[in-house]
Ligand binder design. Structure first.
Ligand code: GLU
Length: 304
């Protein structure tokens, strides 16, 4: 019985169109997903020019933007395996900022990039910018630039619903904890909780599969990500304790492209002012049970 229910949950987590796959328990309503009619429609600034940005100029010539994202983070960045369509709060941040830069939603190509590969993807020009639960910090700022922040998350823990021993990071000694390689939560456990048995995979969805099949005792990353997984399988998993870090989400840009960074800051600010940010939040990440907060102040730091 147990194995069967886990298999069903795994199948559901792998399929973004969860409602169509019937992830709800028998008789319960289907899992909520972003609804197109609740999403804002962004005004495309057709006359926009950004001659000082080499990234923008190349994208303009090419005719479309290439934006790095995640494809397996519920309500943040999800790719529907059948249609290939991306959805979630980060995806909306990408669409609203692209519109301000003169690119309509059809003129975005999303490219999935794992946490460990973000800096290289930006440095190699594989992507124009990156929107995917990307924490701004001093170390990363040596390699890439960041517009924003546009959201403040905090590190948390996801465990199986019947787990009673783990309430916070202090309970991780001797427990197996899973996180994504190259992420700030991975680094924090390694540095501050060395008694935990830490394992790393490319993505958090692999960690969640491992949690549901009893290979690990907990998954750690940002609360925003964990709450999404828990919301999709509330009978199987829960988020425990209080956030134990601050993870300000930024839009990653090539380090020297300050014109692009500042244009993205302007775009974020305009969309926060006109209500699009809040509307987008409520239609996506809001579905994992988080009320729309006030966005954090944007940090237009000087070129370095
Ligand atoms: N926000 C954290 C980070 O940037 C964790 C989420 C992620 O890996 O994308 O490392």
């Amino acid at each position: 019985m147990r194995t069967k229910s886990i298999a069903a949950v795994l199948a559901c987590l792998l399929v973004t169109a969860a409602s169509a796959a019937g992830c709800g328990r028998e008789g319960s309503p289907p899992v909520k997903g972003p609804r197109a009619d609740k999403l804002p429609v962004y005004r495309v600034d057709t006359g926009f020019q950004l001659p000082d940005s080499p990234t923008w100029r190349a994208a303009h010539r090419r005719g479309y933007l290439v934006i790095g994202a995640k494809e397996d983070q519920p309500y943040l960045g999800e790719k529907d395996p059948a249609s290939g369509v991306f959805s979630g709060f980060d995806i909306e941040i990408a669409r609203m900022t692209a519109a301000s830069l003169g690119f309509e939603p059809k003129k975005i190509r999303f490219r999935t990039i794992a946490s460990a590969n973000r800096e290289t993807a930006l440095q190699n020009g594989q992507i124009d910018y990156y929107v995917g639960t990307y924490t701004i910090n001093a170390m990363r700022k040596k390699l890439v630039g960041f517009a924003g922040p546009y959201y403040m998350a905090g590190q948390g823990l996801l465990v199986r619903a019947d787990e009673h021993d783990i309430h916070g990071p202090q309970d991780l000694a001797g427990k197996t904890v899973c996180s994504a390689a190259g992420s700030t939560p991975y680094q924090r456990i390694k540095a501050d909780y060395p008694k935990a048995k830490l394992v790393a995979y490319d993505t958090y969805s692999i960690c969640v599969d491992n949690l549901l099949t009893f290979q690990v005792d907990a998954v750690t990353t940002d609360d925003a990500i964990l709450l999404g997984f828990a919301a999709k399988a509330p009978h199987e998993m829960k988020v425990v304790g209080k956030p134990f870090s601050e993870e300000p989400y930024g839009i990653g840009v090539p380090r020297r492209d300050n014109a692009l960074r500042l244009a993205l800051d302007d775009a974020l600010e305009a969309n926060e002012k006109n209500g699009n940010w809040k509307k987008a939040f409520e239609a996506t990440l809001g579905l994992s049970g988080v009320p729309a907060p006030k966005p954090p102040p944007i940090d237009r730091y000087p070129a370095n």
